[in-house]
Ligand binder design. Sequence first.
Ligand code: PGA
Length: 247
Amino acid sequence: MPGTPDNGEIPMRPLIAGNWKMHGMAAQLREIEAMSKTVHAARTAADVLICVPAALLSRAASIAAGRIGIGGEDCHAQASGAYTGDCSADMLKDAGATTMNAGHSDRRKYHGETDAMVAAKAEPARRAGLTTIICIGETQAQRDGGNALAVCGQQIAGSVPTDLARSGTIAIAYEPLSAIGSGHVPAPGQIIEVHRKIRECLLERAGAAGADIRILYGGSVWSDNVHDILGLADVDGVLIGGASLLA
Ligand code: PGA
């Protein structure tokens, strides 16, 4: 079972989250319809969420009709203002989002987002009533240099506001950069080791509440490996990019 603890506690309900990135026209919404029907009919033993581009959000939310969650892919830290092209957490909520991503490696890489910028988005998201999936993960060079655990620990420290960790309105997604879109999933031991480290950091920051924060794995998750990944210790869900485009 996902994140099965070895102490007899009930495992938390997993979160299967998709991230469409900059993909999807209106025709793609038929996939949302198919996914939400399947999840509803199968009474899936997991929460299902698809994060879509802002342009599709309200239509996706209306089609999903609460059977699956619909999320935004990013937000601005301010509620409103002269920030052309940006979208606030309140706007995502107003359009029907339940959740949003913050600090995805695409945002860190192409928009220069720092840990502090990611943390600054999570608080307005909480005020808007959204759960925030905060993405972290090391580069291959950081891993090769033996720094992966330290980097992930620093990203948690910098990107996760302590009060939010305590409030139960966040999830963490561990996405090693070498795994994203590459077809190369790290060895199970690597995922388990980093997730354990993330759990330790969350417990340090949030006390007992840190045990209830979902830690997702992301990077080249597909239908043929998702079951094995969900079976790893301290994996409470997955964040799926390319494979989430099709129901
Ligand atoms: P992928 O992307 O599943 O296509 O590797 C994951 C992500 O970027 O969140």
